[in-house]
Design a binder for this molecule. Structure first.
Ligand SMILES: NC(=O)c1ccc[n+]([C@@H]2O[C@H](COP(=O)([O-])OP(=O)(O)OC[C@H]3O[C@@H](n4cnc5c(N)ncnc54)[C@H](O)[C@@H]3O)[C@@H](O)[C@H]2O)c1
Length: 257
């Protein structure tokens, strides 16, 4: 592995499982100290911490519900108090709720929008305030989804949140470029993680999806974290304001009937 993050500190939200866990481990494998945020699974966060520490990197676990402003502020504070700063923010925490539009409840809408969009919004604000005060550069990487652009019937709240994340990223890239902070989205397609438990158990649905993926397989969490590591690295210093899709070709698929 290259050693691109020695001396850097990264916050990765929702890093007790799935893509977030893989990102935390990948950044740590290249030297980053990591703030492992978890919502409700301390055992997953501890598993991530053990894997980070196996690379000789520092890690702390912090319980934070990203939809709470106080919790997001505390996440940033803990990075400074316990690890001495924070250079990289990965807004990965996310939830989806399957429901036809007419059956979406206010409670579920709030849960999806507050976790996926409000959380990224205000955690980024807390992260950036510190950097601006210190006149330091930084990296913001949001894990959005192909559904920041591609329709997903019965997941209207998820699409609204991820679409909002796309415009948030574009806007912040403009506002924060002058202070040396890059902002980009990584948009995964279908990745083998707990968020897809129901899909993975439904063979006909899974096979139909696989037929729509030119590379013929689900993505792995490593496929996503490799791209995040590149965007977080110095090599990506001139890249801001865009979405990078990692989907095996799903979005570009076209078939003659
Ligand atoms: N797996 C896929 O196919 C796929 C595709 C596109 C986008 N994504 C996105 O990737 C991200 C990670 O998802 P995943 O696939 O690893 O699934 P996952 O369910 O394993 O991960 C989601 C993480 O977010 C955390 N989380 C949920 N609500 C939270 C809250 N309020 N505060 C803090 N953390 C919270 C969960 O605890 C979990 O660790 C999500 O934003 C998801 O929308 C996933």
């Amino acid at each position: 592995m290259p050693d691109r993050f020695t001396g850097k500190v990264a916050i990765v939200t929702g890093s007790s499982s799935g893509i977030g866990q893989s990102i935390a481990i990948r950044l740590a494998s290249e030297g980053a100290a990591v703030v492992i945020d978890y919502h409700s699974h301390p055992e997953g966060a501890n598993e991530t911490k053990a894997k980070v520490e196996a690379f000789g990197s520092k890690a702390i676990t912090v319980q934070a519900d990203v939809s709470s402003l106080a919790d997001t502020q505390n996440l940033v504070d803990q990075a400074y108090i316990q690890l001495g700063g924070c250079d990289i923010l990965v807004n990965n925490a996310g939830v989806e709720k399957n429901a036809p539009f007419l059956e979406v409840t206010e409670k579920d809408y709030d849960m999806v929008l507050d976790t996926n969009l409000k959380g990224a919004f205000f955690l980024t604000q807390a992260f950036v305030k510190r950097l601006v005060a210190l006149q330091k550069p930084g990296r913001v990487i949001n894990i959005s989804s192909v559904h920041e652009d591609m329709v997903f019937p019965n997941f209207a709240s998820y699409c609204a949140a991820k679409g909002g994340m796309r415009m948030l990223m574009r806007d912040l890239a403009m506002e924060l470029g002058p202070v040396g902070i890059t902002v980009n989205n990584v948009a995964p397609g279908a990745i083998n993680t707990p968020i897809n438990t129901a899909l993975l158990a439904d063979k006909p649905k899974l096979n139909a999806l696989l037929n729509n993926i030119p590379l013929g397989r689900l993505g792995s969490t490593d496929d996503v974290s490799a791209l995040v590591a590149f965007l977080a690295s110095d090599e990506a210093g001139y890249i801001t304001g865009s979405t990078y899709v990692v989907d095996g070709g799903l979005m570009r698929n076209y078939k003659e009937q």
